[in-house]
Design a protein around this ligand. Structure first.
Ligand code: CP
Length: 308
């Protein structure tokens, strides 16, 4: 069974194969209307369940459109309207869904729910975001970097903010794709100690630098994310803003990066909080390319999951 759960569980060969395939599928359908089927309709006669326990714009639409372009049938399901972990175990839901559909994409809270679904499903499961990781986003981000700047190997990626799910997937990707990663944020929102220890054991080129100006020096890629994630306590908002305001990506900070540095944000953005509109809409920003590449890379992930 080929699940796509987390980047650290994948081989570099499979990850680079997915990226190459995504780029080819993107090129092959350049300028075609969005509803045009891809050649051969590789997901013809396949039904894909898209299960959301959290809100989504990009993940929801990109998977839905992706399944349609591949000739398959998307089935959007809201976690709140299902017996998912409430009134029925995740394992029973996994076994039931597997009788109806050929592939499951799940956006959920705890990664335990995702792993429980994968363990008991007899069809592949894709991680569409958990509190701990967002591997589809990072695959789209690496695809975006490489189509603009070539291989990400040996490049310097700087993350501003807290150690959230997107950062965690960046850290896993740093090992698989061999780039260096700097975390620049307040000590209170550091990556958990076990992740730092694991990064050391895996010899990932990872550092913490609390000085945003020294952190961004020579950066090839600058990334940030909303200061309050979907699963964070909204009552903590003011406190988190106070902790993170020194790490805002603004025009002045961005001007200290490598001239060619790309700026990424997985979106949705809170303009003039974690990043200014000047940066989000600036010449280095590739935020909408990232969003578009979610579509292409997830199509390649679905095809990888269903391949022999
Ligand atoms: N980046 C991302 O996952 O966006 P959505 O929450 O809109 O799906």
């Amino acid at each position: 069974m080929k699940h796509f759960l987390n980047i650290n569980e994948m081989s570099t060969e499979d990850l680079t194969g997915i990226l190459k395939h995504a780029q080819k599928m993107k090129t092959d359908r350049l300028d075609l209307p969005k509803g045009t089927y891809d050649e051969g309709q590789p997901l013809s006669q396949h039904i894909v369940a898209l299960v959301f326990e959290k809100p989504s714009t990009r993940t929801r639409t990109s998977f839905d459109v992706g399944v349609r372009q591949l000739g398959g049938q998307p089935m959007l399901l809201s976690g709140t309207e299902m017996h998912l972990g409430k009134g029925e175990t995740i394992s029973d839901t996994a076994r039931v869904l597997s009788r109806y559909v050929d592939l499951i994409m799940l956006r959920t809270f705890e990664s335990q729910t995702l792993y429980e679904m994968a363990k008991h499903s007899t069809v592949p499961v894709i991680n569409g975001l958990t509190n701990e990781s967002h591997p589809c986003q990072i695959m789209a981000d690496i695809m975006t970097f490489e189509e603009k700047r070539g291989s990400i190997k040996g490049k310097k990626v700087v993350w501003f903010g807290d150690s959230n799910n997107v950062f965690n997937s960046f850290l896993q990707a740093a090992e698989k794709f061999n780039f260096s990663l700097i975390f620049s944020g307040p000590k209170e929102l550091d990556p958990p100690k076990n992740l730092i220890k694991n990064a050391k054991n895996l010899k990932i080129d990872f550092k913490i630098d609390r000085d945003p100006i020294s952190a961004i020096k020579d950066a090839d890629l600058v990334a940030t994310d909303t200061w309050v994630s979907m699963h964070d306590n909204p009552e903590e908002k003011q406190n988190r803003h106070n902790q993170l305001k020194a790490f805002q990506v603004n025009e002045e900070l961005m001007s200290k990066a490598n001239h060619e540095a790309l700026f990424m944000h997985c979106l949705p953005a809170h303009r003039n909080e974690e990043a200014t509109s000047g940066v989000l809409d600036g010449k280095n920003s590739v935020i909408f390319d990232e969003a578009e590449n979610r579509l292409h890379v997830q199509k390649a992930i679905m095809r990888w999951c269903l391949s022999k």
